[in-house]
Design a binder for this molecule. Sequence first.
Ligand code: FE
Length: 160
Amino acid sequence: MKKYYPLFLLAILVSCQGISQEKKSPKKEYTVVKTDAEWKEILSPLAYDVLRHAATERPFSGPLNDNKKKGIYVCGGCQAPLYESQYKFDSGSGWPSFDRGFEENLEYDVDYKIGYPRSELKCNKCGGHLGHMFNDGPRKTTGQRHCINSAALAFIPTNE
Ligand code: FE
């Protein structure tokens, strides 16, 4: 029996590793799940490219970049509330920018698409790509700049 002991230990170690890797797996389960075909059906081609394939719209091209109305910005894919108009600011970047969002509906991920790590923002309900988070936002408030594609959002004006 003694002979097999180290082997037994090794087996435990390997299996534990297997479990911990599973826990770290980036495959997250979202509450809103659709097939690729279903997303294509309900989204505009641009919204589909941005939300489902992390594309970036051209700066100053999105209709919500200059939007100054009062209301709520929701996910263009699943309508989860993401941002409030009062936290939108003009960053001059050409993309709608916010200094904070509804944290419970935002997921922070890391992408290496352009060679260095950037904090990617996703919808926490459907996993849709929204944009990126930078730390060069307004210093007087949060210092955060949530740089969001207009195409990833829908706007619901507040009735005044
Ligand atoms: Fe969503």
